[in-house]
Design a protein. Sequence first.
Length: 277
Amino acid sequence: MRSDEALSWSGLFQLATPVTSAPMFFVDGYFLLQTSTFPDLPRRALVTGASRGIGRAIAHALARSGYDVALISRSLDSLQPVQEELAACGVVAKAYAVDLAHTEGLQGRIAEVLADFGSLSVVVNNAGMGYTGAIATTPLADWQRVIDLNLTSVFQCIQAVLPTLRAGGGGTIVNISSVAAKSAFPDWGAYSVSKAALVALSRVLAVEERSHGIRVVTVSPGAVNTPIWDTDTVQADFDRSSMLSPEVVAQTVLHTILLPSQAVIEDLTLMPAGGAL
């Protein structure tokens, strides 16, 4: 690459015009531009489902980009290694045990996290669960469990963080959906419905919060090689070597966050090069 050229924020696109003034840094094999996105806002983020998989990778990408990170998961023990890894990047990382599956009172528990952690400019709603089963035989309790974690918990988190983001002058909310929100896959009914509803929630939220300077991004990955495939609620056998890595998803999310404040990618689908599995 010539010295008068640079890679764009995620390292995935080459700019058509020379860039000479923006400093660059190197993260996970990508050159990233240090942009002036929301220059007056603190580089502080909250990530749910941060103990493993996509959430852990996103937390790492943010920390390496200079963000302090509030890490949320069910277990403090599972978050401790992540917290230590992020602290080694020279940022503040705090871990909070919050079971997002218990939606009653969840808004208050997230508010307690914010009271301890402080101001935010980025929120990544990543926590969720997979579920396979034909619609005809899915028990109501299972259906509700999927909706509670994949949709209602996000709704509650959003309600909890909006006052902080508004008071701070804006920021970015990233909701992790799935390609299953847009394509029909047999036996993924409850999961698909929960993720499709999340896309709709994100679109309405984007319209409602623009006047407050809040951007809302939905990232819908195809199959990602994460521990979700090892859970009891998912019965599927795919070639995991053909899946996206959590790190690729994380860099894509980081790209949307680091865009200048006057731009937003509201809906992004990220697929394995080989297509849907």
